[in-house]
Design a protein around this ligand. Structure first.
Ligand code: ASP
Length: 394
């Protein structure tokens, strides 16, 4: 831990290029007073899918974001450009286009973003029909007096801002996964053609095992998200989190990802924190805010993340959420950075077996995160609070 952070000298400046709107047609707002730290080592940190998907291009999210923020692009726009790659990539079924849908088969997306120097934020929740909810969250931030728009209102806002609204964001892959889920949970109405020919018995476990083996769904985790935060050489900090949320969720369920203080929190003078994993645990504890406040008091990002994980662990008292030994039966990961560029990624369990290393989140056993510095992009193992692995509760 170091107290240096809280004693950092900051200078005010009123000059920063206005953010480039995702909507070329809408005028950028006047630049506000900006609070900036002096220097930092530029870093971008993200969940592991940030160094996995490329959407057919040559760069991953963290690479693209790092390239932008080191060549003068606004810090938040750089990070959003990075996560847009993942939102648009149909192969990532946890974010944006092709994200796993809700119980009704509808893809509902959550996202939020925060700009440290500008002290602005925006978010959208349960948004349907727009592939890049992070850009809509950015438009909420830049073009409204509000911080969060949801559901139909968020979609109408996006339409009015010039975003294309699509009838359905499912891909063949996400629809197939939803249909298989329906067949498992409602086998009387959603029949599998082969079971129809042979027997009336449906072996749910067998279907689930096959879905995992085929890579249709990740093992155990029916959720997924990308969180990405970063700092540039001027010490400007920002962050963005975007997700399709929990697969097969009750329509209208909103997770932690679009909620300021939960899925993301940024204070330009301190740092940023964000999360992936069980959103309900994070919503209850508002952990990203807790982590930033902890860093404000001088804690290193790793210690601040560990503190938040301890809080979640002690607040998890319901039996259904605990393993026989009393520890949480879910995983959750925090990604934190301070304004000097020190960073950490810490999971409740650093070991979380996932045979296929789904979306790069694990290497089969170890939970990973993505990082980009001047040394290039890397996927690295996370630290963990609780030793050992999260055992499959099944
Ligand atoms: N935290 C997200 C949610 O609960 C899901 C995830 O990150 O895996 O919606």
């Amino acid at each position: 831990m170091t107290p240096r952070q809280s004693r950092r000298a900051f200078m005010k400046t009123t000059t920063l290029a206005a953010a480039v709107s995702p909507l070329g047609a809408v005028a950028a707002p006047a630049a506000p007073s900006i609070i900036r730290s002096r220097t930092a080592r530029p870093v971008v940190i993200a969940s592991a899918n940030g160094n996995f998907h490329k959407n057919g291009g040559s760069k991953t999210c963290v690479e693209l974001a790092f390239e932008r923020l080191t060549s003068g692009t606004d810090i938040l726009e750089s990070l959003i450009a990075g996560v847009n790659l993942v939102e648009l990539d149909p192969e990532d079924t946890s974010v944006g286009y092709g994200g796993l849908p809700n119980a009704d088969g509808v893809v509902q997306l959550d996202a939020c973003c925060m700009h440290g120097p500008k002290k602005r934020a925006g978010g959208v929740a349960a948004l349907e029909g727009v592939r890049t909810p992070s850009l809509v969250a950015h438009a909420v931030m830049e073009h409204t007096d509000h911080h969060l728009l949801v559901g139909r209102g968020a979609q109408e806002f996006a339409r009015n801002m010039g975003f294309t609204i699509e009838a359905d964001l499912n891909t063949e892959k996400s629809r197939k996964a939803w249909l298989e889920w329906k067949r498992q949970t409602d086998p009387k109405h959603y029949l599998r053609p082969e079971d129809r020919k042979t027997s009336a018995h449906v072996d749910h476990q067998r279907i689930l095992r096959r879905l995992i083996a085929d890579g249709v769904i990740p093992s155990r985790h029916y959720w997924g998200t990308i969180h990405c935060n970063g700092v540039n050489a001027q010490g400007d900090v920002a962050g963005v989190t975007t997700t399709s949320g929990l697969a097969w969720k009750i329509p209208g369920r909103v997770g932690d990802s679009p909620i300021l203080g939960a899925g993301l929190y940024v204070d330009g003078t301190v740092g940023a924190a964000g999360s992936t994993g069980r959103g309900e645990a994070n919503l209850f504890n508002l952990s990203s805010h807790l982590i930033v406040e902890s860093m404000r008091q001088g804690r290193h990002p790793k210690d601040a993340c560990l503190e938040a994980l301890r809080r979640i662990r002690s607040n998890t008292i319901e039996r259904r959420l605990r393993k026989p030994n009393g520890d949480p039966n879910f995983n959750i990961t925090f990604y934190a950075i301070n304004a000097r560029g020190e960073h950490a990624a810490v999971a409740m369990y650093a070991e979380d077996d996932n045979e296929r290393g789904w979306a790069g989140q694990t290497d089969g056993r170890r939970v990973r995160y993505a990082l980009c510095t001047e040394e290039g992009p890397k996927t690295l193992p996370c630290e963990g609070l609780i030793p050992g692995a999260l055992q499959d509760p099944a």
